[in-house]
Every structure is written in C-alpha cells, then in structure tokens.
Design a protein around this ligand. Structure first.
Ligand SMILES: Nc1nc2c(ncn2[C@@H]2O[C@H](COP(=O)(O)OP(=O)(O)OP(=O)(O)O)[C@@H](O)[C@H]2O)c(=O)[nH]1
Ligand SMILES: [Mg+2]
Length: 440
C-alpha cells in the first residue's frame, strides 16, 4: 500500500559560510523561501523537489545544520544523519569557497567523502570574486576537478547541474505530490510518527520540546500517488513563544498545515485534549483540510481505547466524523490503521456524489424527516447538487435559506456521512440558496 518514493537525490554539503544556502535558494527559486528566511538553526536535513530538464529531483540541503554544531546538544546526531544521507543519495555536491583556499573543515569533510568520490562533484563557489588559476589548489582534496560557480550570479550552475544529473533518467512527471502535514504540540511524537511511517530513523527525535525546527519532508507513494509527508515544528502556546526561532517555527508549521492536502493532528494520550488542540482541530476543519486525529503514546496511557474515544468525541463532537487513530510511534505499534486511514483519504480525494443519486437521497430524507418550520416559515427543499470536491461542497436550493436552522444543516451533514463513508475524515460544506418553487 505505502511504498517509498525514490526520486534521484542530490545532497548539498560544505562547511559553514561557503554559500550553500545561496546555492540551494537559486535552485529552488523563491517558491519555498519561507523555510529560508530565518538564520540557520536547522537541525534536520531540508529537502525540496525540483525539476531539472524534465527530471524530478530531490535536493537535500544540509546548509544551516552545521552553523550551530558546537553549541547544539544534537551536534553528533546531526553529523551522523548528514553522513548517513551522503551514503544514501544518488549524488553529492561538495561546496568549497573559491576565495579562501582549502581550510581545515574542508579537509575533514573531503576525507569522509573520499570513499564516495564516484558520486561527488566538487564545486568552488564565489568564483566571481577571485582568479580561477587559484582553483588548482583544490585538486589536493582528491575529489576530482573543482568546478567554479557563482551561486550569487548563477554563473556555472547549469553546467554543474547537467553534470550531476546526466545519469538520472527522465521519469514521466506524475504531478506535484499531495502533502500531508504532521502537526501538534511539542514533544507529542510527530517526528517519531514520521519515522514510523517511513520505517527508518529520518527526522531527529528527542524528549526536548522544540527538537524539530524546520519542516522535514519525506516522500512516499500510496497507490501510485506521490505523497509528501511533512513533519513540522511543535506548536507552542502563544505565551510560550518567546523568541524568533519559536515564532518562525510556528509560522512555518501553520503554513504547512494550511497548504496541505490532509493534516495528521497529533496529541499525547497521557495529556488528552488541551485548549490549544481544540483550537487547532477547529482550525483544520474550518480551513476545509482533511483531518486524522492521532493519539500517540498509547503505551503510556492508563485509559483504554474505547475510553479515549468516548472522552474525545464527548469533548469535541465533530471528531465523530474524523478518523481517530491510537498508536505508539516508538514501538511502531498500531501503524496499520493509520496507513489505512491515509490511504482512504487519498483514494477518495476526488469523491463526488452524482446529482441524481443525491436528490434521491434528499427526497427520501425529507419525506421521512420533514424540516421543522422556523418562525412560522415552512422550509421547502427543492434540489441538491455537489459543487466542489476539495473539500466537498453541497449546494441546496430551498424556498427560504433564512429559515434553515443549524440543527437541519447538521442533520443533513450526518445523513450524507452515513450514506457516503468516503466523506469520513473530510470537512463537508453545506450551503443553501434561494429558489422559487416552480410547481407549488
Ligand atoms: N512511550 C512513548 N514515547 C514516545 C512515543 N512517541 C514518541 N515518544 C517519545 O517522545 C519524545 C518526543 O518525540 P518526538 O517525535 O521528538 O516529538 P515531536 O512531536 O516531534 O517533538 P518536537 O519536534 O519537539 O515538536 C521522544 O523522547 C520520543 O521517543 C510513544 O508512542 N510512546
Ligand atoms: Mg519533532
């Protein structure tokens, strides 16, 4: 059902200040610059899908992960992840600074890369600022020809890309992947869930709240549909946001959620639903995003699954319309139902009710449960049609839209959901429009 999506990949490596971010920025364009508008406090590898001459390529940026290495408690894990990625990617672009000559960190990185030299392209950046004869020094790194580029002006970049990607086969593009954002409070296990879904340690996890700072992207396929999973930084309560890192991290998490196809909202089974979770759930539903509620750390909960379900739907009744999955990410326990729930949302994403069928349903429904009149006006329902599918939107023509009560709207939503299980997990919009009776 869920398989790994392997795009050909390029890892961008280099010591601090060689211009990796400028290089990456130039390749990805301004489309994703929201992830780059904050100084480097990144811990995870950042990945982007880009198209180079009809080839879809995953560009993995290690820029930023090294700047805080000395003081960051995760420095050794970060270094380990970067080197692990180096083993796994298709190609590596190792960037040095053409203006400085070889430095100690360059030598250290080069030594680690030498066993992988077959897939390393050495790039000397800032070539616009120096004489190129200086470049011969870089042969000493033992990684072949240094290719002069200027990430700032773009000079030399195309040649390098052509060189790096010439062995990649041009896969027929199957469109932009659908994104699924994993959001929730800090420390609830979002990154652990991403890793459990991928079946490998990819995002950095720890019991320190605020471990993830930038959205972490990973790619899978569900029934041939490419999916981008995005693990986001934990959302802190407004009054706990006390610095720029938190502020930008939350802003990026919310942006990922708003742009996503579906949201996995994660809560901690031992903490239950806090006010912030309630606000987030309403936000996702109101934004018309598909929602799966993931109750993680089930292994630590003293409540049973049915008790938890009752508690959740008593607290937020609308949750009855959305999948609630209880699991234990670190034990990779109960993962099956989660993948099935994602699978179902993906499979039914274009779901539409044929108009004739919808009207048969409405006729039967109105005959059995005629709408109650409100303030003396008798409500008549004439005709219903589905006008949108993302999210599904139903337009219902009635004699007096003002006479529609919220109870009646809820009743219709419930009936639609009963009749059509593909609507489970999907917000449904119901609107009423006036229409005069023709034969009344
Ligand atoms: N017992 C138990 N521990 C878990 C489970 N899932 C995650 N944890 C632990 O909870 C801690 C936080 O996990 P993360 O995956 O880093 O949490 P996160 O939501 O990504 O946190 P931030 O990135 O800080 O927002 C780690 O110590 C995990 O090992 C679980 O199902 N059971
Ligand atoms: Mg995390």
């Amino acid at each position: 059902m869920i398989t790994h999506q392997q795009y050909p990949s390029i890892l961008i490596l280099g010591r601090p200040n060689v211009g990796k971010s400028t290089f990456v920025n130039r390749l990805i364009g301004s489309r994703l610059s929201i992830t780059l508008d904050e100084p480097g406090v990144t811990r995870d590898l950042l990945s982007y899908l880009i198209t180079i001459e009809d080839k879809t390529v995953e560009l993995i940026d290690s820029g930023g992960v090294d700047r805080y290495r000395v003081s960051d408690p995760f420095s050794s894990i970060i270094e380990e992840r970067v080197m692990k990625a180096a083993q796994q990617v298709s190609q590596i672009i190792f960037i040095v600074d053409a203006t400085t000559g070889i430095t100690q960190p360059d030598t250290k990185i080069a030594a680690q890369l030498r066993p992988l030299s077959g897939k390393v392209t050495l790039v000397a950046n800032k070539a616009d600022l120096t004489h190129l004869d200086y470049l011969s020094d870089y042969y000493r790194l033992g990684l072949g020809d240094p290719h002069p580029v200027s990430a700032k002006t773009g000079h030399g970049l195309q040649e390098v890309l052509r060189l790096v990607t010439h062995t990649f086969s041009a896969a027929p593009s199957d469109g932009d992947p659908l994104s699924i954002a994993i959001v929730g409070k800090p420390n609830v296990g979002k990154s652990s869930i991403l890793n459990a879904l991928l079946g490998r340690d990819y995002a950095i996890t720890s019991d320190i709240a605020g471990t993830t700072r930038d959205p972490v992207h990973a790619y899978i396929r569900i029934h041939n549909t490419p999916i981008q999973l995005i693990d986001t930084a934990g959302l802190k309560k407004a009054k706990q946001v006390n610095d720029g890192i938190d502020y930008y991290a939350s802003r990026r998490s919310m942006a990922c959620m708003s742009a996503s196809f579906a949201t996995l909202l994660v809560i901690d089974a031992t903490l239950g639903l806090l006010d912030q979770d309630k606000r987030l759930i309403r936000h996702v539903i109101e934004a018309g995003r598909r929602l799966i509620l993931v109750v993680n750390k089930l292994d630590l909960s003293t409540m049973t699954k049915p008790e938890l379900t009752t508690y959740l739907t008593d607290t937020i009744p609308e949750l009855a319309f959305y999948p609630i999955l209880m699991m234990s990410a670190t034990n990779r326990q109960f993962m099956g139902p989660l993948t099935e729930a994602i699978d179902s949302l993906v499979e039914h994403r274009h779901f539409r009710v044929p108009t004739s069928e919808l009207n048969q349903l409405f006729d039967a429904m109105i005959r059995r449960f005629p709408p109650r009149s409100k303030s003396g006006v008798l409500l008549k329902v004439y005709y219903a049609t589905q006008v949108g599918s993302d999210p599904p939107e139903f337009l219902i023509f009635v004699n007096h839209p003002d006479a529609v009560s919220s109870d009646f709207t809820r009743f219709i939503e419930k009936r639609l959901r009963l009749a059509y299980p593909p609507l489970h997990g999907v917000p449904v919009i119901i609107r009423f429009k006036p229409r005069r009776a023709q034969r009344d």
